[in-house]
Design a protein around this ligand. Sequence first.
Ligand SMILES: Cc1cc2nc3c(=O)[nH]c(=O)nc-3n(C[C@H](O)[C@H](O)[C@H](O)COP(=O)(O)O)c2cc1C
Length: 212
Amino acid sequence: MLNLADLRQEYTRQTLSEAEVLPDPLAQFNRWFEEALAAQLPEPSAMNLATVGADGRPSSRIVLLKVVDRGFVFFTNYLSRKGLEMEQRPWAALNFYWAELERQVRIEGPVAPCEPELSEQYFNSRPKLSRIGAIASAQSQPLPHRDELEARMAQLEADYATTEPPRPAHWGGYRVMPRYLEFWQGRRSRLHDRVTYTWQPDNTWALGRLAP
Ligand SMILES: Cc1cc2nc3c(=O)[nH]c(=O)nc-3n(C[C@H](O)[C@H](O)[C@H](O)COP(=O)(O)O)c2cc1C
């Protein structure tokens, strides 16, 4: 049996206080993201996306953050499990874990498909084989044999040998609009810092702190 009980780490790198965070949580996120980039973390834009099915059961998976504007945008298949769950329950939770910086960011809010223009722009920026892959794969559907997928891919590669593959209607972005965020900085003896932003009815952010 694995002995996991003794695996533990002291977090001592940095601190986080209400006084030092930026008033706008998106600006604060950008600041931390830039620090994650500067630290050359392996995949700083990888985030966990949690959704809930119509039956109330949660599911989660990793996706890549691609745009930060007024919300957090990622791209996927609208007919995937996550896509169908977000259609039925349009609220999502995101989580970034930047281990080397001893940081976690949690984001929650309503989620909706982004503008088709943004999906189009990002789709067209992807390598051709990734674009063809998006057409070839019915994400989250049962796939009895991998050969079927490979054959579909080969056929599409031949079909689009001299033309550009168009974005399928079922592929595009979602934007999570932040309504609640938490910036977590690991501290000594498990006395971590947790600074929160909660969206208020008067369209301002309320800053808070939670016990670790
Ligand atoms: C590092 C990493 C990045 C990923 N990025 C994406 C992504 O941006 N979009 C996506 O649809 N799936 C991405 N995936 C795959 C998803 O985790 C997941 O397998 C897929 O979206 C199907 O999820 P679903 O069946 O719950 O809809 C990524 C996986 C990993 C490990």
